[in-house]
Design a protein around this ligand. Structure first.
Ligand code: GLV
Length: 328
């Protein structure tokens, strides 16, 4: 253990992962998992060398200016829109994320949401649990077909491709849109289409695009109006990619059939309209949440911290331009 290196872990993680870090570093762990009061995280990081953080923690100029010893922030998430990378680089701080290890679990969850929304799983279960099932009827919960339809993927990165691979099992045609078309070898048979066409042609559309200002409300009233009335929209990307108020209106008015959502504009607060609707399946930002995947994510974040504090290049460094002026 190196008593001069302090590592802060901002959320409760599995105890064995904390113990592994404690074998090497002085660890300040938030194992009671309290929410950080304003300024409290910065205070905790003031004399820290490294931080393992979740996507809910914002790392920006104001925080970094208060943390002169900080050498690395390791997001336990693949998305990193909570981290101002340019500010990290200015301060000589390495920033890392957890790509790849969550691809399969996250793709599975996208399919769970798609199938649950299309086949009205949440709605029919609520109905059954509240004692309404007296007699089987022919028209009970007729849902939308998934097999044999067209799947749209907005954001055909590593997770998008894992989602698209699963579509083969449902005999689906896959179309996608990215800022740039992928090399054919990475398309896996999916067809590149313009953004407008993606909305118009998808029978079901999954959003996996990383959040940035450029994609803020990329799904709003206009795009929802282009979608098929029978379509299901799934968002496992980030809150803000969808205009939640516009989606509530579209679902309420039956302009699309249903939605499956894991992320929200102001999470953990939800647009209250979602809670009143039957045709939306809601999960609390858990797409990567299997025990094995969460272990792999925190292990990769820990490995990023170990490498950074040993003066090496972390396996998933986001701002390699920092290496010339990294803090020692
Ligand atoms: C979860 O949202 C992640 O970015 O890993």
């Amino acid at each position: 253990m190196n008593p001069s290196l302090r590592v802060v872990v901002s959320r409760r993680i599995f105890p064995d992962l904390i113990e592994a870090l404690q074998r090497q570093f002085v660890v300040v762990a938030n194992q009671d998992d309290h929410a950080w009061a304003p300024g409290e995280l910065a205070a905790a990081l003031r004399d820290a060398d490294a931080a393992l953080i979740a996507g809910g923690e914002r790392v920006d100029e104001a925080l970094l200016a208060q943390c002169p010893r900080l050498k690395v922030v390791a997001n336990i998430a693949v998305g990193y829109n909570n981290i101002d990378l340019a500010a990290c680089t200015r301060h000589g701080v390495l920033a890392t994320n957890t790509p790849d290890v969550l691809n399969e679990a996250t793709a599975d969850h996208a399919w769970a949401l798609l199938l649950a929304a299309a086949r009205r799983v949440g709605e029919s279960e609520r109905w059954l649990r509240s004692g309404h099932w007296k007699r089987w009827t022919f028209e009970m919960f007729n849902g939308a077909d998934v097999s044999g339809t067209t799947l749209g993927v907005l954001g055909m990165g590593r997770i998008g491709r894992a989602i698209a691979r699963r579509a083969a099992g449902f005999s689906m045609r896959v179309i996608y849109h990215n800022r740039q078309r992928l090399p054919a070898a990475q398309e896996g048979g999916a067809q590149y289409v313009a953004l407008d066409e993606l909305f118009a042609q998808s029978d079901h559309l999954v959003l996996v695009v990383p959040y940035s200002q450029a994609v803020h409300h990329i799904v709003g009233a206009e795009q929802l109006a282009r979608m098929k009335r029978s379509a299901v929209l799934v968002n496992i990307a980030r809150g803000g990619v969808v205009d939640d108020a516009a989606l509530v209106a579209a679902l309420r008015e039956g302009r699309i059939a249903a939605a499956g959502l894991d992320v929200y504009e102001n999470e953990p607060a939800l647009h209250p309209g979602f809670l009143e609707l039957e045709n939306v399946v809601l999960t609390p930002h858990i797409a990567s949440s299997t025990r094995a995947t969460r272990t792999a994510m925190a292990t990769l974040a820990s490995d990023n911290v170990r490498a950074a504090l040993a003066g090496q290049v972390p396996p998933s460094l986001l701002n390699p331009e920092v290496l010339g002026n990294r803090r020692r």
